[in-house]
Design a protein around this ligand. Structure first.
Ligand SMILES: [Zn+2]
Length: 381
């Protein structure tokens, strides 16, 4: 007797080149077996006929300090109904207050880590209240203690290097953050909109595994010069700097993304930058809508799934145990449907692209437990 049997789905895990129609058995929270037909008894059965069964989606950039920051949204409610089983809070807190965020995340079902902001109080809300990121104010002992006590729950250090945040310090905070991250054996996540120097200079500071957020932002210097993705940007990608979408409402340009993707410059990870302001806005920013948008921009379904499963698991720091349907890993599973539907996507510049397909959430499973199920799954089909 297993706990859960997912029947007749298209089991699709590009990270291990798995693409079969079949069944998945879940036992004690783990994926027990995958085969074209399983006949074991089960406490619960889900008929996934006509749906894709993929590893639980990982959104590597969200703001989930619910009630703790102005922009924090509720983690479970905001993400699980959209097929997301794990996420990373993008620097809502720093060394002085991250423990309260961890305490909140302990009450959530979604798996979550946090980026530790280099500013002690975390990332402020926006331009009016930029955080102080002067390295002179950093307390190395507090960073060391945070990583000693909670290193497994910290995905890396976060900072913004926008001109209005760094001022005359320009790229000095980024350089110091990389040195500190080296010392702490962790990665750096950098928000680079309207940077004080070119994007080539920004990425030249980053090491393999460091993450450039908002890769398709269109404020000030971008990853393109004169209509081309520049050579240094290509080289950074080749040496392992991670390029992440972190779409957001203001940090994404459809036209810029379109040109980059046409030149073959696709993201390593697709994430949303979801927060209380865009979580349920009429213009939908959810992970599945963002993935649908990237399909409209020319990426394949396989690519967008890879960006939100195996690639995202590497950024999460669990390259083997998450973002995969391998047996004996936690049964974090998203069941999705692809609907043929004409859908317009827009951005803050008023540019539009029309998509032909939308990915819709059907069932979200974390450690073998069903936390979301669409009524479409229960309907007679
Ligand atoms: Zn963000």
């Amino acid at each position: 007797m297993v706990d859960l049997l997912i029947k007749n789905g298209r089991i699709f895990d590009p990270g291990q080149k798995l693409d079969i129609v079949g069944d998945i058995a879940v036992y004690k929270g783990k994926i027990a077996e995958i085969a074209p037909v399983l006949t074991c008894d089960s406490r619960k059965t889900v008929d996934a006929k006509g749906f894709f069964v993929v590893p639980g989606l990982i959104d590597v950039h969200t703001h989930i300090n619910w009630k703790g920051n102005y922009i924090g949204m509720p983690a479970d409610l905001g993400l699980i109904p959209g097929g997301v089983t794990a996420t990373i809070d993008a620097g809502s807190t720093g060394v002085s207050n991250f423990r309260s965020l961890l305490r909140y995340l302990d009450t959530c079902e979604i798996k979550a880590k946090l980026m530790l902001h280099v500013s002690a109080g975390g990332q402020m809300m926006s331009k009016q209240y930029a955080e102080n990121i002067d390295p002179a104010a950093w307390d190395r002992d507090l960073f060391e203690r945070a990583f000693e006590d909670y290193g497994k729950r910290i995905a890396g250090l976060k900072l913004r290097v926008s001109t209005d945040v760094v001022g005359s310090l320009e790229l000095i905070p980024l350089k110091r953050a990389v040195e500190l991250a080296d010392h702490l054996h962790t990665r750096v996540f950098v928000h680079p909109t309207d940077p004080p120097k070119t994007m080539e200079e920004v990425v030249s500071v980053l090491r393999p595994g460091d993450v450039l957020c908002h890769m398709y932002h269109n404020e000030g210097h971008t990853i393109m010069e004169r209509g081309e993705v520049t050579e240094e940007i290509w080289k950074a990608k080749e040496r392992g700097v991670v390029f992440d979408v972190s779409q957001g409402r203001g940090n994404f340009s459809i036209r810029l993304a379109e040109k980059c993707i046409r030149q073959g410059f696709i993201p390593d990870t697709i994430s949303t930058d979801l927060n209380i302001e865009n979580w349920n806005a009429p213009w939908d920013f959810s992970l599945l809508m963002t993935m649908s948008k990237f399909m409209a921009l020319g990426m394949s379904f396989s690519d967008v799934i890879r960006c939100t499963t195996s690639n995202a698991a590497a950024v999460y720091g669990e390259p083997d145990g998450m973002g995969t349907l391998k047996t004996d890993t936690d049964a974090d599973i998203s069941i999705l449907s692809i609907e043929e539907k004409k859908i317009p996507f827009t951005d803050k510049y008023g540019d539009r692209i029309i998509g032909k397909q939308v990915i819709k959430p059907m069932v979200t499973i974390i450690k073998g437990n069903i936390f979301y199920c669409s009524c479409d799954v229960l309907a007679e089909r």
